[in-house]
Structure formats: structure tokens, C-alpha cells
Write a protein that binds this ligand. Structure first.
Ligand SMILES: [Fe+2]
Length: 234
């Protein structure tokens, strides 16, 4: 199976000073999609923070549509998870509606593997960012999603891959970590089925192996003059 992955575009027509590359997101996605097409990937995945603050809500939604239009020019299935900045600009179920994703958490079985998608954009109170306000250092996976994760892992003999915006790699700066990360890593290890966890959020990117599971943090697509994206096959 082959996946094309990118993350943290932070697309806005009004980039902050020093973050000007974020305005080039559509052309970077265009180039990534061309590379994914050359490799004939099985699916395209975005790990969140697709958009950032714009002049108004309509402009933010049009930025989202612009990115989606580039992705949909190709016939590959597309899956994404929300990032903290997406919920800063999206209201209620808007993220799922705009992206066309099912309600989180969900999984899909693709080419002998199981891909599991979680939403960790929750405050420690258990309320989601769009309801309680976004605090990027406060991130947790609610209990119902952890139950779903355990069940989804136990229900299959396929190798499993996990996708979420925030980080479970203990080597990354603590501010980026998901609450109760140790407990979550234990669930993943105990299943003996999880091969890799893919995250964004930490823009520099990282790679670690913990308990035999690869924790891959994909670098931000628009942080520097390099158009960062990844093609993985397994
Ligand atoms: Fe980000």
C-alpha cells in the first residue's frame, strides 16, 4: 500500500510576518498531488491545520475549498484529521461537512491494511476546541474515542496505522503531547497490530520507534522554502 501524506498547510491569504510560505499552500498541494499521481498512491492523507485565520469566515471556508479542489482533481481517496487551527476557524460539524469526512473517530480498510483516524482537538475538560476555545497545548483524546480505538484494533487481523494531528512521540517537546500519552501508547502496543502512527502539529517533523511502533511526525508543508510532503509504502 502506498500513501501520499502532507500536513500543516496553515493556508491563509493573510499570513503572519515570517510565515509567508503559508500563502503558497495551493501550489504546493498541486505539486504534491502530481508526485502522488506519478507514484499511483492508494490514498491521500492530510494530518490537519489545513487553514489558518483569514479576514472572515467566508474567506477561511473558501481557502479550504481551494485546497480541496486541488486534491479532488485526482481520483485518489482522500482522508484527513482536524488540526487545532482548523477548529479555530470551523464551527460545529463544519469540518466534517466541508471535508466530506465521516464523524470522528472512523476507520477505513485499504489494500490489506486498516487506517484509523482520531480527533484529539479536545480541552482537558473533554470539550472540543470549537466549543471551548482552542488552547494548542491542551490536547486529549476523549474516552469514547479510546474505546473505539481498542475495539477497532481488536476487530481485525490487518496491520493498523493511526492518523491524528497531535503527537504521541515522547521525544517531542512536551507542549505538543496528548494527555495520557503513555496509556494510549500502551493500547497501541498491546494490540500487536499497530505498525505506525502518523501526526503533524510539530512543524519540524520527527521520527521515533517506541515499543516496535514507528511514530512519524510529518513536517509542515509550508514552514520553509521546501515543499514538504511524504510518500510512504508498506
Ligand atoms: Fe500546525
Amino acid at each position: 500500500m502506498k500513501l501520499g501524506i502532507f500536513t500543516d498547510l496553515h493556508y491563509t491569504k493573510h499570513p503572519q510576518k515570517g510565515r509567508e510560505f503559508t500563502a503558497t499552500a495551493p501550489e504546493r498541494v498541486q505539486k504534491a498531488m502530481k508526485a502522488f499521481d506519478e507514484e499511483k498512491v492508494d490514498a491521500v492523507i492530510c494530518l490537519g491545520d489545513i487553514v489558518d485565520k483569514g479576514a472572515d469566515h467566508a474567506e477561511e471556508l473558501s481557502c479550504w475549498q481551494e485546497i480541496l479542489t486541488e486534491i479532488k482533481k485526482y481520483p485518489y481517496p482522500f482522508y484527513c484529521v482536524p488540526g487545532n487551527h482548523d477548529y479555530e476557524v470551523m464551527i460545529g460539524e463544519e469540518f466534517s461537512t466541508v471535508s466530506g469526512m465521516p464523524k470522528y473517530p472512523f476507520f477505513v480498510d485499504v489494500a490489506h491494511s486498516r487506517l484509523i483516524f482520531l480527533d484529539a482537538c479536545y480541552r482537558f475538560s473533554g470539550k472540543r476546541y470549537d466549543e471551548a476555545g482552542m488552547v494548542w497545548t491542551e490536547t486529549m483524546i476523549p474516552k469514547d474515542q479510546l474505546c473505539f480505538l481498542e475495539k477497532t484494533l481488536s476487530d481485525t487481523d490487518r496491520p493498523c496505522y493511526l492518523f491524528l494531528h497531535q503527537n504521541l512521540d515522547k521525544a517531542i517537546d512536551k507542549d505538543y503531547h496528548i494527555k495520557s500519552e503513555r496509556k494510549i501508547r500502551r493500547i497501541l502496543k498491546k494490540s500487536h497490530k499497530v505498525k505506525a502512527v502518523f501526526s503533524g502539529h510539530y512543524h519540524a517533523g520527527a521520527y521515533n520507534v517506541i515499543g516496535g511502533i514507528k511514530y512519524i511526525t510529518v513536517p509542515s508543508m509550508t514552514d520553509t522554502d521546501v515543499n514538504e510532503f511524504m510518500i510512504v509504502s508498506f
